[in-house]
Design a protein around this ligand. Structure first.
Ligand code: SF4
Length: 238
């Protein structure tokens, strides 16, 4: 959404018959021409770090009222421009914002969009690795213990041999391929990449091997989504 040619990217993807999924924290509104066609956007995910200014002061540091307003504008504008997909609020669950979840649900209901809670996790591969290996520095660990629901969000990660993120071609803003959205290891120019090369680089990657051994890919395909029973237990234990 930050890209100055956002509308052009959507237009080209439409011409190429590509469905698009967008993820945004709604801090910036994209510039859209009158001719903007949102009909090939399958879903839009709004990441929210809570539902109060106090929570936003802790994490995203944005003006919370502005974010709500921007979400309303994006939902309305995209629908006016042919969007028929699904909007989701990805509510990042921290210990300090559990009580704000209901307000986020109520807000989502007014816009007829989905509110989907997900456990906040350490979003830094190196630090996450240190946490799982028990080598995270004490000060950071204290913050993690205070803010995150570590047991349910990042606990019980077992080794895996599969990563759902590995097949996704990940490109940075300079057109360079990177290992995945968690690890920005440079894999070369996108115009020199082929599907075979992409697959080989991942299957030979020492980083991927270590990552799968630690079970980190499981965060993506199971641990991130909030199980409502787990959430109820987390509430009860506070
Ligand atoms: S295994 Fe880990 S490092 Fe490799 S693509 Fe998956 S998440 Fe990224």
């Amino acid at each position: 959404m930050l890209h100055p040619e956002f509308a052009k990217i959507i237009e080209i993807s439409k011409k190429e018959n590509c469905l698009v999924a967008l993820s945004t924290n709604a801090a910036v509104l994209p510039k859209l021409p009158d001719s903007f066609d949102a009909s090939n956007i399958g879903f839009v995910k709004f990441s929210m770090c809570g539902f109060s200014q106090a929570s936003y002061d802790k994490i995203h540091r944005f003006d919370f009222d502005r974010i709500k307003k921007n979400i309303e504008i994006i939902v309305r504008t995209f629908r006016q421009h042919g969007f028929v997909g699904e909007f989701y609020i990805y509510f990042h669950v921290y210990q300090f914002n559990l009580h704000e979840l209901q307000a986020a649900y109520d807000f989502a209901k007014t816009l007829n969009i989905v509110c989907h809670p997900v456990f906040a996790v350490i979003n830094d591969w190196e630090k996450l690795k240190d946490f799982l290996q028990g080598t995270l520095d004490r000060e950071y660990l204290n913050n993690v213990a205070r803010d995150l629901l570590t047991g349910v969000g990042m606990g019980n990660l077992k080794p895996t041999t599969r990563c759902p993120m590995a097949p996704n071609l990940t490109i940075d803003a300079d057109g360079r391929c990177v290992l995945c959205c968690l690890v920005d290891e440079d894999l070369g120019d996108v115009f020199e990449m082929t599907p075979e090369k992409w697959q080989r680089l991942h299957s030979e990657s020492a980083t991927c091997r270590e990552c799968m051994q630690l079970g980190i890919p499981r965060l993506e395909f199971n641990a991130m989504t909030v199980d409502m029973e787990q959430l109820a237990r987390a509430f009860a234990s506070r």
